[in-house]
Ligand binder design. Structure first.
Ligand code: ZN
Length: 390
């Protein structure tokens, strides 16, 4: 975990409006140094999904641009302004272009991908400021990135730079969910979710919030909205299954289905005029239908794939706790899993209709076993995707 802890959050952002296979090209690198700011502009022929992370000792900001090539020249050392010792370009993988900014001092940085305007095509704009500066986007009305002013200094990480897991206890209030002989799903999943939050909050690189904290109902769309508003990095909905046949038992993990993803794409497109941001914070209002569809679809597909591999790690930990209903992550059209840019899974912890599992679900020790399995699953996912972060 320490490596992940060291690195700041990645921003995975998706913008690709044409030619999905051909490599993107950085045609030019330009710099503008002002007293309070150094700006680096990368002129690109199209937008790409990029990952940002930082390294310490010495301090670096690293941006990976997959499927991208450089045509322009890299600025020589010594001309990169007051914040940056040197900008380096490398290829950690043959098709991934890596920008490494060697920092001269603690900074704040802000990265935006600007859409074409007038004579410019896409521009990846990286601004560096003094550590205590207040920074703003150039196009505040049309946000492109999921916003990233971050401080990098030798100081310990602030809590707010932790990855946020949003835990969603299913049902609540009038909506009881499934029923066992005595137990009600809405109560059991709330107990488990609260324990899960407590365990996640103990992890150095993670923190958790709940979509509901008591016995009341929260609309399904509201739950995904909370995830967006809090800028959650993961979404985990907790449930307990029911089936007519009382013998059926075991836990399951779900990700969004392909069909659920495409219907969600359609929904986002229908709303594009009034949705100021979306999938990776991309504004759709100014895009034509086909471009908008491609954008949303790419984001959904990427997120569903991430959700499946995330779910797989959680599922393999749950196998150690008890029976699993299916060895693979299942896929269904659950509304709460429809965030276009947040890996989301739904865990059916067990069958409340199975008398043995009903008893287990009510048992605090067993609840902790489930919780610990989920936490280990999150960690496994993060470690496996280390290159994603670091
Ligand atoms: Zn449920």
């Amino acid at each position: 975990m320490t490596k992940i802890y060291r690195s700041l959050l990645m921003v995975s952002l998706l913008l690709c409006n044409s030619g999905l296979v051909q490599a993107a090209v950085v045609n030019d690198i330009r710099m503008w140094h002002a007293p309070e700011r150094s700006r680096f502009v990368f002129d690109m022929d199209r937008g790409v999904i990029f990952n940002v992370f930082t390294l310490k000792n010495p301090g670096r900001v690293v941006i990976d641009l997959p499927n991208t090539k450089l045509k322009g020249t890299v600025p020589a050392p010594g001309v990169s302004g007051q914040f940056i010792k040197q900008l380096r370009v490398g290829y950690p993988k043959p098709d991934t272009m890596r920008l490494v900014f060697d920092l001269d001092k603690p900074v704040r940085y802000f990265i935006q991908l600007l859409t074409p305007v007038e004579n410019f095509k896409y521009r990846l704009v990286v601004d560096y400021y003094h550590q205590d500066a207040v920074v703003e986007a150039d196009q505040p009305s049309r946000p492109i990135t999921r916003s990233i002013p971050k401080s990098i200094s030798g100081q310990p990480r602030k809590p707010k730079s932790k990855l946020l897991v949003l835990i969603d206890p299913g049902h609540g209030g009038e909506d009881i969910g499934a029923r066992g002989r005595k137990a009600k799903e809405k109560n059991i999943v709330l107990e488990i979710s609260k324990k899960l939050k407590a365990q996640i909050d103990k992890q150095p690189a993670l923190r958790a919030e709940l979509t509901r904290k008591g016995d009341y109902y929260v609309g399904l769309r509201k739950r995904t909205r909370i995830a967006r508003d809090l800028e959650a990095d993961f979404f985990i909905s907790i449930h307990a299954d029911a089936f007519k046949n009382k013998n059926v038992r075991g836990s399951s993990v779900y990700a969004l289905s392909r069909r659920g993803a495409s219907s969600e794409t359609a929904r986002w497109l229908a709303n594009k005029e009034n949705s100021s941001d979306l999938a990776g914070g991309v504004s759709l209002a100014d895009k034509d239908d086909q471009v908008a569809e491609t954008l949303v679809d790419l984001s959904m597909t990427k997120t569903v794939n991430e959700s499946i591999s995330f779910g797989q790690e959680v599922l393999s930990e749950l196998k150690n706790v008890g029976r699993v209903h299916s060895r693979r992550v299942e896929q269904a059209g659950f509304v709460v899993l429809k965030s276009p840019d947040i890996p989301s899974i739904l865990i059916e912890t067990a069958y409340i209709t199975n008398p043995t599992e009903e008893k287990l679900l009510q048992n605090s020790k067993h609840q902790y076993r489930i919780v610990n399995a989920v936490v280990s699953g999150i960690k496994r996912y993060l470690i496996k995707n280390e290159n994603f972060f670091n």
